[in-house]
Design a protein around this ligand. Structure first.
Ligand SMILES: Nc1nc2c(ncn2[C@@H]2O[C@H](COP(=O)(O)OP(=O)(O)OP(=O)(O)O)[C@@H](O)[C@H]2O)c(=O)[nH]1
Ligand SMILES: [Mg+2]
Length: 260
């Protein structure tokens, strides 16, 4: 199937939907500097990935760029538009629902800002083929790296991962990672109504839920690079949400799982 996809793509500039079993979900808020480039890089990979952009009404016109590109990739590029900035977590959940209603087997979360290298998509996918239910692109396993982040941002991120591991006992070295491949069966099992976080801590909770439900999580070392273009959306609120929220999440898990 793979060589056929490559042939059709290079020879006829086709990216037929039926050839892709994987959906890359990219949430966007004001990513006009990055979105076109990242879409092109994903579609230039040897393996066929479909893309769903979940845009929260970006004032900078990110959605219009995606819609223009849809004319070039009508079968493989999709967009879900929401009315305003509703948070990363709910953007992903909307994307999961969209993809689950279609016949994808693998769902990959990826940022638009090139912090996640699209070339690693295939390694995450491969880890799932090799037996993981959830493959995490990890900065903090052997071979993983962070590039261009100021020291305090690395400390914050690494500190957060230690804190999460201490509270949750989750054997995941990079629990806040946002570059993750989920098998369909994981997303089918998790009841998204039980996911409380709507901001960045959503990433922690998704891994926690997967683990709580007995799914196998593997970490794949990646190099994470700070965004070069566009603006950060990180804020103090995000950090506040996470500190208490992680404790609450652990507490709740004694009484309920993520199914009902
Ligand atoms: N749809 C949607 N996307 C969001 C929202 N918040 C952030 N994003 C996107 O989620 C991805 C990750 O956000 P970033 O701002 O890169 O967060 P970060 O990597 O922690 O911080 P910086 O790289 O320093 O900006 C990017 O593609 C953002 O455009 C949101 O509320 N809704
Ligand atoms: Mg980023």
């Amino acid at each position: 199937m793979l060589p056929l996809a490559l042939y059709l793509r290079t020879r006829y500039n086709l990216n037929p939907k039926f050839l892709s079993d994987s959906l890359v979900i990219i949430p966007t808020y004001n990513e006009k500097e990055n979105i076109e480039k990242i879409i092109e890089v994903v579609f230039a990979l040897p393996k066929a990935f479909d893309i769903l952009v979940v845009d929260d009404g970006s004032p900078d016109g990110t959605a219009a760029i995606v819609k223009r590109l849809q004319q070039k990739y009508p079968d493989a590029l999709h967009i879900l538009e929401r009315s305003g900035k509703l948070g990363l977590g709910t953007a992903y959940i909307a994307g999961f629902h969209w993809g689950l209603a279609r016949d994808y087997d693998y769902f990959i979360e990826m940022d638009a800002d090139f912090s996640h290298n699209p070339k690693d998509l295939e390694r995450l996918y491969q880890a799932c083929l090799d037996g993981a239910d959830v493959a995490v692109g990890s900065r903090y396993v052997r071979g993983g790296r962070v590039e261009n982040w100021p020291r305090d941002r690395i400390m914050l991120s690494y500190g957060a991962s230690l804190y999460v591991r201490m509270i949750t006992w989750m054997p995941v070295k990079d629990p806040t990672a946002g570059f993750v491949c989920y098998k369909r069966k994981v997303l089918e099992k998790i009841n998204f109504d039980k996911i409380r976080f709507i901001g960045y801590a959503f990433q922690i909770e998704m891994k926690f839920a997967s683990r709580r439900l007995g799914f196998k999580i593997a970490e794949v070392p990646i190099t994470f690079t700070d965004r070069v273009e566009g603006d950060s959306k990180m804020s103090k609120n995000i950090i506040r949400e996470a500190i208490l929220g992680v404790m609450e999440m652990k507490w709740r898990s004694f009484f309920s799982n993520y199914v009902e």
